[in-house]
Write a protein that binds this ligand. Structure first.
Ligand code: ASP
Length: 318
């Protein structure tokens, strides 16, 4: 029997104890990852995931999530989903109930969520709305006035939002996607990722979190990996897949993560911002790396009563 372990990115501590409770009771890594991420998605203090997430340039909260199972490399994801507070569960439903597909986006993902019976909710909290409003420095009139979303005012507004997105980059402060990686007592390994994405993003923008090989990858032969931060860099570098390839080549988890970040750092990127990554192997070894010193990740084993915070290796610019 394998010793269960669950690890996660910054602020996953809101959900890891629930995930470990599932694993301690003999539950599956898939259930543990979902249980942990559900609590993170409900955490109103976290503005980078689920309800309370910061919205896109138009003030709409659009969520991305994915899940991948190591033994089968089954993958399910949703992206740019509005109105559904638990995208991780919808991603799991895509994997389990719509196995002919791997990724649903926007309206189609919302239709599927409705057909599955998931309930809708208002995802834009007053705090997040105010942050969006202040950041974009728009007046209520420019949004609600006579040139509304369908008219020329909308185009001007979105152009202004795009300018603002450029000014905002690189993104300051923590990136907030949540990664959760779990290993259960039967030796199954699962990686889940959930995010509201880059704040004030262009509507429809999908980051790495919903993309297999970029923000999430899991292969029971070698390990699982997940990323947070500048999703476009992770997509271009196929971040999570590269980490797993390095594990396959014999790197320990921390070295594999650092190698991927060093490679991603060589890509030209006007909007460069921090990228972070985590890895967990089928024998329970784990590690992480980040572009910033002092970064940590969260860990719980069956013996832990509380979440432990371990350092990630800092990978500076080349
Ligand atoms: N990786 C996420 C994305 O690009 C952002 C984040 O980590 O906050 O959508």
């Amino acid at each position: 029997m394998t010793d269960p372990v669950i690890i996660g990115s910054e602020r996953s501590e809101a959900g890891l104890p629930a995930g470990m409770a599932v694993l301690r009771a003999g539950g599956s890594a898939l259930d543990a990852v979902e249980a942990a991420l559900l609590l993170c998605e409900d955490n109103l203090a976290d503005h980078y995931v689920g309800t309370g997430g910061l919205p896109n340039a138009r003030g709409e909260v659009e969520l991305d999530a994915s899940v991948m199972v190591g033994s089968t490399r089954a993958f399910g994801a949703v992206a740019a989903v509005r109105g559904y507070p638990h995208p991780i569960s919808v991603a799991r439903a895509v994997m389990e109930r719509l196995p002919q597909h791997a990724l649903l986006v926007g309206e189609g993902a919302e239709l599927f969520a409705a057909e599955c019976g998931f309930t809708t909710a208002e995802l834009l909290t007053e705090e997040a709305r105010k942050a969006w409003h202040d950041a974009l420095s728009v007046t209520e009139e420019s949004v609600e006035g006579e040139n509304t979303r369908a008219g020329s005012g909308d185009i001007a507004y979105r152009l202004a939002a795009l300018e603002l997105v450029k000014r905002l980059a690189p993104h300051e402060g923590p990136w907030g996607t949540i990664n959760v990686l779990a290993l259960d007592e039967r030796g199954e390994l699962v990686v889940g990722v959930s995010t509201s994405g880059y704040p004030w993003k262009y509507p429809g923008r999908v980051g790495d979190s919903a993309i297999a090989g970029a923000g999430n990858y899991c292969d029971l032969r070698h390990g699982g990996a997940a990323c947070t931060g500048r999703g476009e860099l992770s997509i271009r570098a196929t971040g999570a897949r590269v980490v797993v390839d390095r594990l396959a080549a014999g790197d320990d988890p921390e070295t594999a993560c650092a190698a991927m970040l060093a490679d991603a750092a060589t890509l030209p990127d006007t909007f460069r911002a921090e990228l972070r990554t985590l890895a967990l192997t089928p024998d329970g070894r784990h590690g992480g790396a980040a572009g910033q010193a002092g970064s940590t990740y969260s860990v719980m084993t069956a013996a832990d009563q509380e979440v432990r915070f371990l350092p990630r290796r800092a990978v500076g610019p080349a």
